[in-house]
Design a protein around this ligand. Sequence first.
Ligand SMILES: Nc1ncnc2c1ncn2[C@@H]1O[C@H](COP(=O)(O)OP(=O)(O)O)[C@@H](O)[C@H]1O
Ligand SMILES: Cc1cn([C@H]2C[C@H](O)[C@@H](COP(=O)(O)OP(=O)(O)O)O2)c(=O)[nH]c1=O
Length: 211
Amino acid sequence: MSSGTFITFEGPDGAGKTTIINMVAKQFSSALITREPGGIEIAEQIRRVILDKGNTAMDPRTEALLYAAARRQHLIEKVKPALEEGKVVLCDRFVDSSLAYQGYARGLGMDEVLKINQFAIEDLMPELTIYFDIDPELGLKRIKKNDGREINRLDLEDLEFHQKVREGYHLLMERFPNRIVRIDASGTVNEVFQRTLQLVEGQLAEKRPSN
Ligand SMILES: Nc1ncnc2c1ncn2[C@@H]1O[C@H](COP(=O)(O)OP(=O)(O)O)[C@@H](O)[C@H]1O
Ligand SMILES: Cc1cn([C@H]2C[C@H](O)[C@@H](COP(=O)(O)OP(=O)(O)O)O2)c(=O)[nH]c1=O
């Protein structure tokens, strides 16, 4: 039985997840901060294959399976042990990314993609998912402004693909209203940070035994 707190961050590319998680991490120095796809050596290797701009021949199902494989390894090696130690785990992307990107935007079907992910995660779902909602046009603009960030295979998809990703997330919010909480990510860094902090602190307070 895990006694830790598993919180995931979701949203289209450029929504500000990485920026905000790093700020939240400073408030919770003992939390484990990690990301998908990657976070540990084997999953980082899989990440390189998935995001390699040269791999234009990659079949959508291969892509979905690779994300699920990276997720499995990351969960077993890093997330699960930390939760068992009672830690707070803040993870940049998880299953919902696969449902929105591969299931909905790529058209594989959310239920199909959920099935392969259930095999990978064996019911270990986050208790809170903070969804950074943003118009993809603004998200992509933010990425373009940031010269230092690598442009990966998914970034090369057109705006229509990213609009579908957002639609996919909106469907997920309807499907999992108790787990997924939306944040308006178009605000300033400080606004988004404060709202995120409130949600994370609220989740931790819920778990604290009241005496
Ligand atoms: N609220 C914000 N307003 C303006 N720019 C932002 C905001 N949040 C993040 N950024 C900038 O946008 C870019 C993408 O942010 P990032 O945190 O990498 O997004 P993500 O991890 O969701 O792809 C970065 O250059 C970052 O500095
Ligand atoms: C975890 C995951 C990520 N992705 C995509 C979303 C991103 O475009 C890319 C991850 O690249 P990354 O550079 O981590 O993007 P971001 O900073 O926006 O999180 O992989 C999927 O398509 N499916 C998934 O299951």
